[in-house]
Design a protein around this ligand. Structure first.
Ligand SMILES: NC(=O)c1ccc[n+]([C@@H]2O[C@H](COP(=O)([O-])OP(=O)(O)OC[C@H]3O[C@@H](n4cnc5c(N)ncnc54)[C@H](O)[C@@H]3O)[C@@H](O)[C@H]2O)c1
Ligand SMILES: O=P(O)(O)OC[C@@H](O)[C@@H](O)[C@H](O)[C@H](O)CO
Length: 381
């Protein structure tokens, strides 16, 4: 069995590639990073190290790579693959769509078997977004056939993999915990199961619980940690004020999740504590610059801050800590990040109120908008 996985980065090597290799797939990574591609091609294996006290390691074998910049090479790999997965970043999905579309066109012409394409990105409906990009590039007759033979089940993936700083560019350190949940209702009826993946009939509670707990808590810690002068999540979360605000934000998203999905409150409280424990992991060093990266994506209407804050408001839950997180995002000034530069320029040129509306879509007369401005003033003070 062959899997083509887009993105040989942290989660690609440290989680998806590892699980697919363990499950018996030959994993063909497609990446635009020449070093990663040539190292994977020549060595055909790499090491994953667990961030536990024993620093356990596992060698991932049966892997190789192709140049993601070469659309024909990508298309040929997709045309003959048994599975396609991605972990490139949700904003990059449109850039990998041409190779996937060309590969689907080839495999349909060859009469190949049905295919699952699973986007493992931090987003609601990641695979559905990829499908839209891909289908927009297909000829009408191919699109009609692809509708019944190419499946794009949505997924939720959870494993903290920081930026790596090792001599070996392939070595990757990961936290011990992982969870990969795939929406079975969007798959072919006789689909093969990957060991280690949880298949569910309704992904919504899983993806929202993950995104609005792990990722909401993470980015609130990153933004408030940055404002308080901390460089890592581990040092930020050790600060009493930061952790109290993170917990506050997770109580707000938790109240929304309990109402929306009927989760048991006590179970959800345990889930929150478990997530906070993962953030603290002393064997990991996770920089606030990574966790807060792409603030415009994180401030967008369907993402980890705005969506639960507006849902909270609708339910009569005060999203004060989420507003604080959004205010802190507006102070996140890691200038190597193009989204930070754009946000800071917008704040400078249009003013904070207009910039918040532009990126969050929250109108200026909305009470949550007012809360963000108030929290920004609190941070100034
Ligand atoms: N790191 C984590 O803790 C974590 C956990 C869960 C989910 N995620 C999600 O996984 C995705 C990847 O995150 P990451 O941390 O691994 O990022 P990363 O930057 O380490 O990896 C992304 C990889 O994609 C490659 N890439 C970029 N453009 C490409 C293209 N056109 N074709 C092929 N490859 C391309 C990059 O070169 C890089 O190697 C994101 O959506 C992220 O939200 C990350
Ligand atoms: O990858 P992002 O930028 O969406 O979010 C940054 C982190 O919160 C994220 O990568 C987590 O480490 C991960 O989602 C844990 O499962």
């Amino acid at each position: 069995m062959r899997a083509v996985h887009f993105g040989a980065g942290n989660i690609g090597r440290g989680f998806i590639g590892l699980l697919l290799s363990r499950a018996g797939y030959e994993v063909i990574f497609s990446d635009v990073n020449d070093t990663l591609v040539s190292e994977l091609r020549s060595r055909k294996q790499y090491t994953v190290e667990l961030a536990n006290d024993a620093k356990d390691t596992e060698i991932v074998t049966n892997v190789t790579a192709i140049d993601g910049k070469n659309v024909d090479e990508v298309a040929s790999a997709v045309a003959t693959a048994d599975l396609v997965t991605t972990a490139v970043g949700v904003n990059i999905l449109k850039h990998i769509a041409p190779g996937i579309a060309k590969g689907i066109t080839q495999r349909i012409a060859d009469g190949a078997s049905p295919l699952h394409v699973i986007a493992c990105e931090n987003a609601i409906g990641g695979s559905a977004q990829l499908k839209e990009h891909v289908f927009a590039l297909l000829e009408e007759d191919v699109r009609a056939k692809a509708e019944t033979s190419i499946y794009f089940p949505n997924a939720a993936v959870d494993r903290i993999v920081p930026i790596q700083h090792h001599e070996d560019p392939l070595h990757v350190q990961v936290e011990p915990f992982y969870e990969w949940v795939v929406d079975r209702s969007q798959m072919a009826p006789d689909h093969a199961e990957i060991e280690g993946v949880l298949y569910v009939d309704n992904l919504e509670p899983y993806i929202e619980r993950k995104l609005f707990t792990v990722n909401t808590g993470h980015c609130v810690a990153a933004y408030l940690g940055y404002v308080a002068g901390f460089e890592t999540i581990q040092s930020a979360i050790a600060d009493e004020k930061v952790v109290a605000s993170v917990r506050g934000a997770l109580e707000e998203t938790g109240a929304v999740l309990v109402k929306r999905f009927g989760f048991d409150q006590a179970e959800h409280d345990k889930y929150i504590n478990k997530i906070l424990g993962r953030f603290i992991n002393p064997n990991l060093t996770d920089e606030v610059s990574r966790v807060g990266r792409s603030p415009l994506r994180k401030l967008s209407p369907n993402d980890r801050l705005v969506r639960p804050a507006l849902q909270a408001y609708e339910y009569g839950i005060n999203p004060d800590h989420l507003a604080l997180g959004m205010a802190a995002a507006c102070k996140f000034n890691v200038t190597e990040d193009p989204e930070v530069v754009e946000l800071q320029e917008a704040i400078h040129n249009e003013g904070l109120a207009a910039a918040i509306t532009r990126y969050t879509s929250i109108p200026q007369d909305h009470p949550v908008h007012r809360q963000i401005l108030e929290q920004y003033e609190t941070l100034n003070a």
